[in-house]
Write a protein that binds this ligand. Structure first.
Ligand SMILES: C[S@@+](CC[C@H](N)C(=O)[O-])C[C@H]1O[C@@H](n2cnc3c(N)ncnc32)[C@H](O)[C@@H]1O
Length: 320
């Protein structure tokens, strides 16, 4: 896996990232991948290594499914390899006629926000908690200078490389958590954090960490679960929220705005608020565990724990 990153380290150097930061990122990545202790790593590794060395002659980053097409391929083998990387939570992807129908129709979020984002062309972009990189691929259509993702989930990182093998976007996902990045990587023009803040015990610290990665005048795109209410409203679930164990802090949009304004941001704008629907998040052949319909009350008016239905907001803020 480590060899996959070589062109990316060169790219960081060519873009003028300081040598000590590049070598810190390299060392952290090597340490994580030399000791891959998560889940079914051997199955994932086998699947990734078995993908055939063919070239896509048509790659699409602009449609709902990230698409790689070619002329000659062994469809059965390709399907087997991608099945070896299940469950697929984010997507979809359509690779040599293998349609990976993920749990989330991730394009729905992108369609809601893409016209409201800061300029991405020729920019340095970081996507924190990027999952398998679906949105990095979508961003590629805007011709950025650099696309870097970070995500501690090895399955997500390996899913990314399995698509990147054919998509050749020149993005990379480092297998790291935000809090493990070197301090003060303030090189990025646009930083995304989507679906991460509520997984962090300390949301203010997450915002402070994000701020340290953004250039002055650059932008943060922050998407998270929220609750309705005023600047004094938030929800800290007593246990699970919509069956998720690791959900900590759901602020109102107004409270989130104050958190951003007090931690290095100005011109905070809420560009989207949407309830998550069972069309957007559902079980599929590629993610066969329970999904949203099983996480809600019978009449679908509350979560199964009795909390307000999942609602997400996207905020765009400028770094002071
Ligand atoms: C709900 S998914 C969101 C994925 C994608 N950003 C999206 O919007 O669809 C949350 C992702 O955040 C990652 N994550 C959790 N804690 C993190 C942390 N401390 N730093 C970076 N990523 C984290 C998880 O591994 C997971 O892939």
């Amino acid at each position: 896996m480590l060899t996959l990153y070589k062109p990316f380290w060169k790219k960081l150097e060519a873009l003028g990232f300081p040598e000590n930061d590049v070598s810190s990122l390299q060392n952290l990545t090597s340490a994580k991948l030399k000791n891959p202790v998560q889940g079914d790593y051997p199955r994932w590794f086998e699947a990734l290594s078995s993908l055939p060395p063919i070239t896509a002659n048509n790659v699409g980053f602009s449609s709902n499914a990230i698409t790689c097409q070619g002329d000659e391929f062994d469809g059965t083998l390709i399907k087997q390899c991608y099945q070896g990387l299940m469950p697929w939570r984010k997507g979809p992807f359509d690779v040599f006629d293998c349609f990976i129908d993920s749990e989330w129709q991730s394009w729905m979020k992108w369609n809601r926000i893409q016209d409201k984002l800061p300029e991405l062309e020729n920019k340095l972009i970081l996507d924190v908690g990027c999952g398998n990189g679906y949105y990095l691929f979508r961003m590629k259509a805007s011709r950025p200078l650099l696309l870097m993702g970070v995500d501690p989930g090895l399955l997500q990182v390996m899913q990314f490389w399995s698509i990147e093998k054919y998509a050749q976007s020149q993005a990379a996902i480092l297998p790291l958590a935000m809090e493990n990045l070197p301090k003060n990587l303030a090189y990025f023009d646009v930083v995304f954090s989507m679906g991460v803040l509520y997984h962090r015990k300390s949301p203010v610290h997450h915002i402070m960490e994000l701020a340290t990665t953004i250039k002055q005048g650059g932008h943060l795109v922050l998407e998270t679960l929220i609750v309705d209410g005023n600047e004094m409203t938030c929800l800290l679930p007593t246990g699970r929220y919509a069956q998720m164990r690791n959900v900590w802090f759901l602020p109102s949009v107004l409270m989130l705005t104050i958190m951003l304004e007090r931690n290095g941001f100005k011109n905070v704008q809420c560009v989207d608020v949407s309830e998550t629907t069972m069309q957007e998040q559902r079980s599929t052949k590629w993610m066969q565990f329970h999904s949203l319909d099983k996480f809600l009350s019978e009449d679908k008016t509350k979560t199964i724990e009795g909390y307000a239905l999942p609602k997400r907001a996207t905020l765009v803020a400028e770094k002071k």
